[in-house]
Design a protein around this ligand. Structure first.
Ligand code: FE2
Length: 204
């Protein structure tokens, strides 16, 4: 059984102008597809062939860097597509209360996500997560993920690789972060993740 590229949860123009259809055609259609394809070819005929993507990520961590990178990137990108929405939704009461407790307000959290995302050196990801019951901002480098970390529940993620923004914002990562974090985050998805209390799983 192989992993399939998930469907985008919106039309390819839904995120414009923050993320254009052209960016999605490459980022989703080429990059994400390639991560999925490489994961599938690496696990074909192995003990991982019928495992969940989360189990593949966890098993490959520290032992098979090539497979880990592709499997984690497959997971991260699927989670990233869901982390955005054409129209900004409101956080649940539960999520809003936790945001206010940890950051003061939703706007203050957005500022912090933009700051951490802009300050992150080179490629990676900036996450909003629940860790030991508290909300926290996490960063991972390159293809690394928090999907398989015990006690950590990812709520939202923003891709910080240049391929996420170069066609629309060139080298201006802060402009991309302003546009995405400012009005395209899927707070309904974050709320569902918080309410579930355990990490989202890649559809199989
Ligand atoms: Fe990416």
């Amino acid at each position: 059984m192989t992993f399939q590229l998930i469907d985008l949860p919106y039309d390819d123009t839904a995120l414009e102008p923050a993320v254009s259809a052209k960016t999605l055609s490459f980022h989703y259609g080429k990059h994400h597809q390639a991560y999925i394809d490489k994961t599938n070819s690496a696990i074909e005929g192995t003990d991982h062939a019928d495992a969940s993507l989360e189990a593949v990520v966890s098993a490959a961590r520290g032992s098979n860097q090539g497979l880990f990178n592709n499997a984690a990137q497959s997971w991260n990108h699927a989670f990233y597509w869901h982390s955005m929405a054409g129209e900004e939704t409101a956080p649940s009461d539960e999520l809003k209360a936790k945001i206010e407790s940890a950051f003061g307000s939703v706007d203050a959290l957005k500022d912090k996500l933009k700051e951490r995302g802009a300050g992150h050196f080179a490629s990676g990801w900036v996450w909003l997560a629940e860790k030991n019951g508290e909300l926290t901002i996490e960063e991972t480098h390159d293809g690394d993920t928090i999907a398989d970390q015990d006690g950590v529940n990812p709520l939202l993620v923003v891709d910080l690789w240049e391929h996420a923004y170069y066609l629309d914002h060139q080298n201006k990562r802060p402009a991309y972060l302003d546009a995405v974090v400012g009005s395209k985050l899927n707070w309904a998805f974050a709320s569902e993740n918080l309410a579930r209390g355990e990490a989202w799983t890649y559809p199989k």
